[in-house]
Design a protein around this ligand. Structure first.
Ligand SMILES: *Cc1c(COP(=O)(O)O)cnc(C)c1O
Length: 353
């Protein structure tokens, strides 16, 4: 069945083994993020076989599928109040920034008599999750320390997501400094400073970086070999997966629509360059599976013209090889494409072992 997303597990395994090694030499605990794999068990077990000890995902439903895997599980997205019971039951550790949520986690953890680990997220400029106000950070830590079933293990931050900020030594060292202040003020030990994401690789060798930075949460590097700004990481492998879709119509047809025009399937105005008749293929893949802007055909001479919900239209007039209905077209995929295709139940997943 198509469309099909094909993962090359040996290449991912190689990436994981290299990353485990690179992190060990830098005294970094590697948290393996499997958002891109959408919780596919084959991918999770590949990470575990490669020596990764903590698996992380942003969705608790995915961590719930991993209960039988003998590894630590970290929830990346701030928990919803409505899911705290599921969180304490299916994760060992979570990133948090709201005292109300931490209190709710404490109550849920108390019911199952578990001491639940949290990492307090600190805002360092990416303007997504994390506490910003210093007084509020101290107040929150004070309140957290009074909770019976919560263990505050450290501080965390994130870069290069919403705000597109790059990680810097200055910001991370400020975080290390904050950790030290909190430890002294409250007479506690915070054992983890958790950094993310794969963009951290750009500065992990800077000699000025505080040694207290000791955890990296990374997924994109492990699974597709990319880091900051989606640039390939030189010591890792890329092209670890691709998409295949099936041709359902192959005909020579006009390049512009014929007759009076309204709006398209998505309420948009359409313009066409009328270049006469072209050989065009329709593949069984639609915008609900993945926006075409996130796909690049492998073969020269194939261009994507556009999409509706369930169809993608290709111009194949310049393609040199023979095509036929039932034939397969291969595409390279971006991060967003992988995310969407990975979570679509209409897209088959295949794993090369
Ligand atoms: C997704 C995510 C990561 C991992 O990011 P990659 O770019 O895939 O390495 C790390 N931390 C948090 C909080 C995330 O949501």
């Amino acid at each position: 069945m198509y469309p099909k997303l094909i993962w090359n597990l040996p290449r991912i395994k190689t990436n994981c083994q290299i990353m485990v090694q690179e992190c060990t030499t830098r005294n970094l605990d590697l948290v393996g993020v499997v958002k891109l794999g959408a919780g596919q068990e084959k991918i999770v077990s590949t990470l575990i076989e490669s020596g990764i000890k903590t698996i992380a995902n942003s969705r608790i439903l995915n961590l719930q599928q991993f209960v039988h895997f003998p590894v630590r599980k970290m929830l990346l997205r701030l928990p919803m109040l409505s899911e705290v019971t599921m969180v304490v039951n299916n994760a060992d550790c979570v990133l948090v920034s709201e005292l109300a949520t931490i209190k709710a986690l404490n109550q849920a953890a108390q019911i199952i008599n578990k001491k639940f680990e949290i990492i307090l997220m600190i805002e360092t400029g990416d303007i997504r999750e994390g506490l910003w106000d210093e007084a509020l950070i101290f107040q929150t830590v004070k309140a957290v320390l009074s909770l019976s079933h919560i263990k505050l293990t450290g501080l965390g931050t994130n870069f290069a997501c919403f705000g597109a900020t790059v990680p810097t030594v200055k910001k991370l060292n400020q975080l290390a400094n904050l950790k030290q202040q909190l430890e002294q003020h409250f007479n506690i030990m915070l054992t983890i400073i958790s950094c993310g994401n794969s963009s951290h690789i750009t500065i992990w060798d800077n000699p000025q970086l505080d040694r207290a930075i000791n955890q990296i949460r990374s997924g994109t590097a492990l699974l597709i070999g990319l880091g900051l700004n989606d640039e390939p990481i030189p010591f890792l492998q890329q092209d670890n997966l691709w998409l295949e879709a099936e041709i359902i119509e192959l005909q020579t047809k006009p390049s512009a629509s014929i007759g009076a025009r309204g709006l398209d399937a998505f309420g948009r105005v359409k313009e066409f360059d009328d270049v006469g008749n072209r050989v065009k293929a329709i593949i069984a893949l639609g915008r609900q599976d993945c926006p075409f802007e996130e796909l690049t055909p492998f073969e020269k001479g194939i261009t994507i013209l556009g999409q509706s919900s369930d169809h993608t239209i290709l111009d194949v007039a310049d393609y040199q090889e023979q095509l036929a209905v039932g034939g397969i077209i291969k595409f390279k995929t971006t991060y967003l494409a992988n995310l969407m295709l990975g979570t679509s139940c209409y897209v088959q997943k295949e794993f090369l072992e």
